[in-house]
Design a protein around this ligand. Structure first.
Ligand SMILES: C[C@H](O)[C@H](O)[C@H]1CNC2=NC(N)=NC(=O)C2=N1
Length: 220
C-alpha cells in the first residue's frame, strides 16, 4: 500500500489521534507550540505519521492513521518523519467522505472537478494519487498476498461499486499487483463520486488481502 505522504499547511493546529483507539476518534486538536516538535506534542498518542519538526511557523499536520503503536521515545528522540501507511480506517476526513453516497452519473448534478478542487479532495483520501495526463483519474495500488487474495479484494471493491452504482477500473497484473483507477465516465473526468468511492474502498479492512509492508523510518 503506498505510504501516505501528508501535506503540511501553514496554520496553527496539530491534529493527533489516540493511539489506543481501535476505531478512529474525533481528532484531538492540540495547539502547536513552535518550540516543541510535533512528536513531543503528540507524544501521549505517538501515532506514527509523517511528522514535520516544527519550524518557527506552526504547522497543521494531519496524523496518518496508525498501523500499530510505535514507541514514544523513538518518535520523540528522533523528532523526524516516520512514514506511516494509509490504513483501512483512513483519516477523519476519509470517514466523512465515505459516509456519503454517489449520485447517479447521468444526472445533470455531476460536476467535473477542476485540478485545484481535485487536489484539495485528494488530501481526504490518503494513499490515492491523482492522474492528470489525459482524463483526470484517481489511482491506488496494492501488493496482495497472492493471486486469489487479489481477486477476493477486487470482489470486495466490486460490491461497493455495485452498491454505489459507480465503478472503478480494476487491474490485477504480475500475479499480485492490484491497481484501481477511478473517474466518472459520463463526464470524462473526476467528480465527487470518485472520491466517495475511493474513500469507501479505503475503508475496507484490507489486512487479510495484502502483503505486510515493513514500516520504515525516513529522515525529515
Ligand atoms: C447506467 C449506469 O448507472 C451508469 O452507466 C453508471 C455506471 N457506473 C459508472 N461508473 C463510473 N465510474 N462512471 C460512470 O459514469 C458510471 N455510470
Amino acid at each position: 500500500m503506498a505510504a501516505a505522504s501528508l501535506k503540511a499547511s501553514q496554520s496553527s493546529w496539530v491534529l493527533c489521534r489516540s493511539a489506543t483507539a481501535s476505531a478512529f476518534n474525533p481528532l484531538q486538536k492540540v495547539k502547536a507550540q513552535p518550540s516543541k516538535t510535533i512528536a513531543n506534542i503528540c507524544a501521549r498518542w505517538a501515532t506514527p505519521g509523517v511528522y514535520r519538526s516544527l519550524s518557527s511557523a506552526p504547522l497543521k499536520v494531519f496524523v496518518a492513521p496508525d498501523f500499530g503503536h510505535r514507541h514514544t521515545s523513538q518518535v520523540a528522540s528522533r523528532g523526524v518523519s516516520m512514514q506511516a501507511e494509509a490504513g483501512p480506517s483512513g483519516s477523519g476526513e476519509t470517514a466523512e467522505l465515505a459516509s456519503k453516497r454517489c449520485i447517479p452519473c447521468e444526472g445533470k448534478n455531476v460536476k467535473a472537478l477542476q485540478k485545484e478542487a481535485a487536489e484539495e479532495l485528494l488530501q481526504e483520501v490518503p494513499g490515492w494519487e491523482l492522474l492528470t495526463e489525459g482524463e483526470f483519474k484517481l489511482r491506488r495500488e496494492w501488493k496482495t498476498k497472492n493471486f486469489l487474495k487479489g481477486l477476493e479484494f477486487m470482489g470486495k471493491i466490486g460490491e461497493i461499486a455495485e452498491q454505489e452504482g459507480h465503478h472503478p477500473d480494476l487491474h490485477l497484473v504480475g500475479w499480485n499487483k492490484l491497481s484501481v483507477e477511478i473517474n466518472t465516465h459520463s463526464i470524462g473526468g473526476l467528480s465527487e463520486n470518485d472520491f466517495i468511492l475511493a474513500a469507501k474502498i479505503s475503508q475496507i479492512d484490507a489486512e487479510g488481502f495484502l502483503r505486510k509492508k515493513k514500516a520504515s523510518l525516513a529522515s525529515n
